[in-house]
Design a protein around this ligand. Structure first.
Ligand SMILES: Cc1ncc(COP(=O)(O)O)c(C=O)c1O
Length: 357
């Protein structure tokens, strides 16, 4: 593997950044009276008690997460959703108008949006027809200004895991950071790249509380990386990016970790049922294998079907205009009741019921 040189990767001006030093950074002991952060010591409007700033480095959540994931707390960065971690990676490593990143469409849209916001070129190296990483193509696109390669596994919207060997190939041959977005990894047990963190200092793994944990509303994303990478991202992140209620709810979720596994079990069972029903439906041309909590299906008239479902008050995602996903709809696995209504609506459509326009 080529020598990974973090200091060459970081935006030059950030090497000398003095980060914001918050009141809680400067004192974290057990004093009785805190008059250091201009908070309201009387209480909080609304009744709940949130008048104090939260822990900027979220020690309790990180300690618990580290224990569960068998990493060091210093390998963890928490973000306001993994979307914030994605944006931080751009702001920390990519020089606007000069650097570039690699994305592999069809994939999660935020990599390109963050690239555009940060004025960074996102070089597209599409996945192969069967949705795998096109290694020769990626290598062809990489140059000395390529800072990040985004790999989404399981991939959104196609639902499949990408090949571990290909990700390792990138890790071993690329000088920049390989960012493996594992938002859906809880639905594919045993497939995470996290065990490779010690081996590859250029690996960043993103996970989230938004999917299997059922905590999209609290906004909590996790970046796992080498300590030196986390250190620099911590300097760039807003000091109090994770609110106190979010930290409390996340800690509670981690204490009750097995409940997440129960959700996963139920969702996977429902996915299996939906897959079987979809496969038996003449209107469905193909159900793509899924390692996530959604199914991508190809139909002859995706737009019409999408509209029909909307009329029935069912919202799915139309991906039919996305290259390599032509004709495809992405459907999240719902509760048994929701799935039943979905299937009934699909049957009605199949039986010739017309959407009102
Ligand atoms: C692949 C992928 N990564 C990240 C996210 C965003 O996660 P978060 O809610 O943690 O910002 C999503 C959301 O749909 C996603 O599909």
């Amino acid at each position: 593997m080529p020598m990974f040189n973090l200091s060459k990767l970081v935006r030059p001006h950030l090497k000398y950044l003095t980060p914001y030093s918050s009141a809680r950074d400067e004192y974290s002991g057990h004093a009785k009276i805190f008059l250091d952060a201009n908070e309201n010591p009387y209480g909080s409007v609304g009744g709940a008690s949130y008048n104090r700033y939260p822990d900027p480095l979220q020690a309790k959540v990180k300690n618990k997460l580290a224990q569960i994931k068998e990493v060091n707390p210093s390998n963890i960065l928490l973000g306001n959703g993994s979307d914030e971690v994605i944006d931080l990676l751009f702001r920390t490593f990519c020089v606007p108008a000069e650097d570039n990143v690699i994305i592999m469409p069809p994939t999660y849209g935020m990599y390109k949006v963050c690239a555009d916001i940060n004025n960074i070129t996102a070089r597209r190296t599409p996945l192969t027809r069967d949705f795998f990483i096109d290694i020769p193509e990626v290598k062809d696109q990489v140059d000395e200004r390529t800072k990040l390669i985004f790999v989404c596994s399981p991939n959104n919207p196609t639902g499949n895991l990408l090949q571990k060997e290909a990700i390792i190939n990138l890790l071993e041959n690329f000088q920049g950071l390989v960012v493996v977005d594992e938002a859906y990894i809880d639905f594919a047990p045993g497939a995470s790249m996290l065990p490779y963190l010690k081996q590859y200092p250029n690996l960043v793994v993103l996970q989230t509380f938004s999917k299997a944990f059922g905590l999209a509303g609290i906004r909590l994303g996790v970046g796992y990386a080498a300590e030196a990478v986390v250190d620099i991202l911590n300097k760039v992140k807003p000091p109090y990016n994770i609110s106190e209620p979010t930290q409390e709810l996340a800690l509670e979720a981690l204490i009750r970790y097995s409940e997440k596994d129960q959700y996963v079990k139920e969702i996977l069972a429902e996915r299996q049922k939906l897959e079987t029903v979809f496969q038996s439906m003449p209107l469905v041309e193909k159900v793509y294998p899924s390692d996530a909590n959604f199914l991508m299906v190809r139909t002859k008239s995706p737009k019409e079907l999408y509209q029909f479902l909307l009329q029935k008050s069912i919202v799915i995602r139309d991906r039919s205009k996305v290259r390599l996903c032509e004709g495809c709809l992405r459907i999240t696995v719902g509760t048994p009741e929701e799935n039943k209504l979905l299937v009934e609506a699909l049957e009605a459509y199949q039986n010739g019921e017309i959407a009102e326009v």
